[in-house]
Design a protein around this ligand. Structure first.
Ligand code: PLP
Length: 374
């Protein structure tokens, strides 16, 4: 089976499995216990936090572990801006874990404004700056689109927002961006950044929120005071270890990865077939959104699966309807959206696998078309 739905989730690295297993079998102590083994477990969490912080270019005490990025994103919109008054601005390209909390606030009377996307998939910066004002409390713009792989220029966007609205907090959903672009989090100039471990080779169920040092954010969960009192609950030590281990492995593999050129070649191959690449601008090498004219993505996905290739269509963690929200914001009509597949790579996806997958996808699409015509 050739697995090309890595933006949905990635295979867990062996080293991450070993790291989690070791904690579960041998170092299972409560990291908040005061005896030596508990203290050692706590120190392992802090060492893991240092590894991840270093990969992000931030201070370890700026990272809070959460159960997933959805939790981290919700935190920003709820207790994250609890005491701040003013309007909230998001882009139309946000994942549902940002869009829905924003809509929840809107339903309770908040002034939520949405910046449109350009045809290339990036946020329309002119329109974005047009709806930001002195009274803006929070701006959230996704780093790398989970639908199209397009990279938003968060660094310059943050700089411009700070000029227009010096009091506004800036959040970026970094789930598809963390370790997958050349930017470090510190270089982006944001106040919040969320990441998820299962997109980089660690298990599902662990994520984090970067919170800039000087910010005084309200806790997400009250209780025993873990995570500096910000997110109570006994820490998920096996998965935190696995997260750090995956960060190290992903970073190591990145050094020899040629994923961007594999993606570019696949683009050329599909373009030659008359397929349309969606959001082809400044893209992450990890995600390719393609419209296969005259073919329903769902059917193509199923046939490709039977032929040994797993691909995505829209956002895996949302219904098709919500996945369409972003693609329609890019300007696609319903028929084109229904023909969009999402191919996404792991850091170690091989060129030969991608070439074979391309042949299978093209043949499957031809079969679907001929069956429909015939
Ligand atoms: N944000 C983006 C851009 C995503 O792609 C995803 C998952 O697909 C999430 C947030 C949610 O991450 P998690 O599964 O850790 O909740």
């Amino acid at each position: 089976m050739i697995y090309l739905d890595n933006a949905a989730t990635m295979r867990v690295f062996d080293c991450a499995i070993c790291a989690a297993e070791n904690v579960m079998r041998n170092e299972y102590f409560n990291p908040n216990a005061t005896y030596k083994s508990g203290v050692a477990a706590h120190e392992k969490i802090e060492a893991a936090r240092r590894v991840i912080a270093s990969a992000m270019g931030v201070f370890p005490d700026e990272l809070v572990f959460t159960s997933c990025a959805t939790e981290a994103n919700n935190w920003v919109f709820n207790s994250g801006i609890k005491n701040k008054k003013g309007n909230i601005v998001i882009s139309a390209g946000e994942h549902s874990s940002v869009y829905e909390p924003a809509m929840q606030l809107k339903s309770k009377g908040a002034d939520v404004r949405i910046a449109p996307l350009r045809k290339d998939g990036t946020v329309d910066e002119k329109a974005l700056y047009g709806i930001i004002d002195n009274n803006t409390a929070l701006v959230s713009v996704i780093h790398v689109s989970n639908e199209t792989g397009v990279i938003n220029p968060i660094k310059s966007i943050s700089e411009n927002i700070k000029k227009l609205a010096p009091r506004a907090l800036i959040h970026s959903d970094g789930v598809q961006g963390f370790l997958k672009t050349n930017d470090t989090v510190s270089s982006l100039g944001v106040d919040f950044y969320s990441a998820s471990a299962h997109k980089i080779g660690a298990p599902k169920g662990i994520g984090l929120l970067f919170i800039k040092r000087e910010l005084n954010i309200a806790p997400l969960i009250y209780g025993g005071g873990q995570e500096r009192g910000l997110r109570s609950g006994t820490q998920n030590t096996p998965y935190i270890e696995a997260f750090a281990s995956a960060v190290q492995e992903f970073s190591r593999l990145c050094e020899s990865s040629n994923i961007q050129s594999i993606r570019n070649e696949l683009c050329e191959c599909f373009t030659a077939q008359g397929y349309r690449i969606i959001g082809n601008g400044n893209n992450s090498g990890y995600i390719l959104c393609v419209c296969v004219p005259g073919v329903k993505a769902e059917i193509l996905q199923n046939i490709a699966h039977d032929d040994g290739v797993i691909i995505g269509k829209g956002a895996a963690c949302s219904g098709t309807k919500r996945g369409n929200r972003v693609l329609s914001a890019v300007g696609l009509d319903q028929k084109s959206i229904e023909s969009c597949i999402r191919i996404s790579f792991a850091v170690d996806t091989s060129k030969s696998d991608v070439n074979n997958a391309a042949k299978i996808i093209i043949q499957a699409a031809e079969r679907i078309r001929s069956e429909h015509v015939g």
